[in-house]
Write a protein that binds this ligand. Structure first.
Ligand SMILES: Cc1cc2nc3c(=O)[nH]c(=O)nc-3n(C[C@H](O)[C@H](O)[C@H](O)COP(=O)(O)OP(=O)(O)OC[C@H]3O[C@@H](n4cnc5c(N)ncnc54)[C@H](O)[C@@H]3O)c2cc1C
Ligand SMILES: NC(=O)c1ccc[n+]([C@@H]2O[C@H](COP(=O)([O-])OP(=O)(O)OC[C@H]3O[C@@H](n4cnc5c(N)ncnc54)[C@H](O)[C@@H]3O)[C@@H](O)[C@H]2O)c1
Length: 480
């Protein structure tokens, strides 16, 4: 077996691993980036980018059906599934190509191909061919779909997100298990592209929404497009000659059986730590077998091992993976002089229509932090001026603030332009702005952000800081 001795070994060449590599390289040239399956990153290959490309096609199809609202008749809308999927792949391959170029620019000695596992805390074996003895290690192994056992009854009709982007044609029907982020994004997109979709959940959750009023609004809205039961009673999943038959209790609690071409498992993801003999690394593990780590240094206990990205299952989002990779790589490089890195205000966006966004603390976290002394401001987008003008007037925004200080702490939104509005709100939260300070900022007319001002004014009033809110106030133009 070949043997290599390095200062830093990074396992996984995804977003977190590549970020860790760049940061560690500022400290040492004796390092290696180990990849066992694909270069290109989950984000570009099968995650953020191809999913958003599919959603863009679905948005376009849906937008055409909305033409008559404005008196514009697009004629018959025909969806060419083959062309839709070809564009998804073509653009996806461009993004993957950019990542591959970055990998190609790395010195060959810094790249090692193969699956890594721990022999002991410093020794890794890669594909049983190379032994890597590393002074420090970064774990950036990402995650993969977590599929409940009963779905495996669907056999070759069971798919995960990766498979959709390889389809040559759109199927006629898909049952989606898991109305989480992936299920909602891909399920709604398929539905808008003409695929019959039914969605099954457990426990009542809808995406990442924690605020009950927003969850209920979103559930009603999605159910206008496709059936979504967030707490479904599924009795059987059986593979037949015609597809996969699912027997479930319908909305009247009667037993119904419906057959689909495929089942999409979107039931959460699990870290890729289970096939690498992590127990040999000598780390403190939680009840699920994942290493305990510090969120600011990414260090596992007081060890020489750091963990970043989806592998630590903390906040499995792209920008967090990038930040965590950079912090982990920098600390692995500078070890033992470990430093705390910048962690940003929580921000997540789900690219459904309307979009879902979560910012800062959830309503339960606000309640806990303020010991009940907080208030909520709300706006409905149904009568909001700009939203009505462009016929995107669906949704709710709820903003949370602390009594006394008047500090803005967080928000949840299901509504138009949430991807943009959530940034304004997250930036305000990170700057620790008060609601008054946010209301001092300029608001143009007529824009969707005027709805944010309405919610903030309501919040200020409910905090007993601002004046009584005037219903349909015309000072700033109609529909604010
Ligand atoms: C369908 C979908 C849509 C998404 N959309 C968004 C979005 O819109 N916005 C957003 O912020 N996030 C989104 N995400 C989440 C985002 O893609 C991930 O948080 C991010 O890609 C994680 O990066 P990572 O570096 O941790 O993992 P990865 O990019 O998965 O990299 C991990 C790498 O480690 C390798 N590896 C694993 N084990 C070993 C081993 N033992 N030895 C060697 N190599 C190994 C793997 O092969 C892989 O290449 C989406 C995810 C999915 C699945
Ligand atoms: N726009 C984005 O930022 C984006 C998009 C896609 C994915 N992601 C990231 O990827 C992560 C994983 O996404 P995900 O959608 O797989 O996970 P998730 O945790 O968001 O959703 C999983 C859903 O499956 C449900 N579920 C679990 N077991 C089930 C069962 N047996 N039957 C039916 N439903 C079941 C859960 O209740 C939950 O609603 C997300 O947490 C997110 O961080 C982000």
């Amino acid at each position: 077996m070949d043997r290599r001795k390095v200062d830093v070994a990074i396992i996984g060449a995804g977003t977190a691993g590549m970020g860790a590599y760049r940061a560690a390289r500022k400290h040492t040239d004796n390092l290696v980036l180990i990849e066992g399956a694909h270069y290109g990153t989950t984000c570009a290959r099968v995650g953020c980018m191809p999913s958003k490309l599919l959603i863009a096609a679905a948005d376009s199809a849906y937008g055409m059906t909305q033409g008559p609202v404005f008196g514009v008749d697009p004629g018959e809308v025909r969806i060419d599934g083959k062309a839709v999927l070809e564009r998804v792949r073509r653009e996806r391959d461009r993004f993957v190509g950019f990542v591959q170029e970055t990998i190609d620019e790395m010195p060959e000695a810094h790249r090692l191909w193969g699956h890594a596992r721990f022999v002991d805390a410093h020794c890794l074996v890669v594909d049983e061919k190379v032994e890597v003895v590393a002074d420090r290690v970064v774990l950036a192994t990402g995650s993969r779909p977590n599929i409940p056992g009963f779905l495996k009854e669907a056999k070759d009709r069971l798919i995960v997100n990766d498979d959709i982007f390889e389809w040559a044609e759109l199927p006629a029907s898909v049952a989606v298990f898991g109305p989480g982020v992936i299920g909602l994004e891909l399920g709604q997109a398929l539905s808008r592209l003409g695929v019959r979709v039914r969605m099954f959940g457990v426990g009542g959750a809808v995406g990442p929404i924690r605020d009950k009023r927003i969850r209920d609004y979103a559930l009603t809205t999605f159910n206008r497009e496709f059936p979504l039961d967030p707490d479904a009673d599924v009795k059987a999943v059986v593979c037949t000659d015609n597809g996969v038959a699912i027997t479930f209790a319908d909305q009247h609690k009667d037993e119904a059986t419906e057959t689909f071409d495929f089942i999409l498992a979107a039931t959460g993801r699990k870290p890729n730590l289970d096939q690498m003999d992590i127990q040999n690394a000598g780390l403190g593990l939680d009840e699920r077998g994942a290493p305990l780590f510090n969120q600011y240094t990414m260090r596992c206990g007081d060890s020489h091992i750091f963990i970043a990205g989806d592998a630590n299952n903390d906040t499995p989002l792209l920008h967090e993976a990038a930040d965590e990779g950079r912090i982990a790589g920098d600390n692995a490089g500078r070890y033992p002089d470990v430093r705390a890195g910048l962690r940003r205000t929580p921000l997540a966006v789900v690219f459904t229509d309307p979009q879902i966004a979560t910012v800062g603390l959830t309503i339960d976290q606000v309640d806990e932090r303020c010991k009940g002394c907080f208030a909520v401001g709300e706006v409905s987008f149904e009568d909001q001026g700009r939203s009505r003008v462009i016929a995107r007037n669906r949704g709710l925004l709820r903003v949370y603030g602390e009594q006394g200080s008047g500090q803005f702490l967080g928000a949840e939104m299901f509504g138009p332009a949430a991807e943009h509005i959530s940034h304004l709100l997250a930036w305000s939260a990170q700057r620790r702005m008060t609601v008054n300070e946010m209301l001092d900022m300029p608001f143009y007319h007529p824009v969707i952000e005027e709805g944010v001002r309405t919610a903030l004014r309501a919040l200020n009033r409910n905090l007993n800081i601002g004046p009584e809110v005037i219903t349909r106030c015309m000072d700033c133009g109609p529909g604010g």
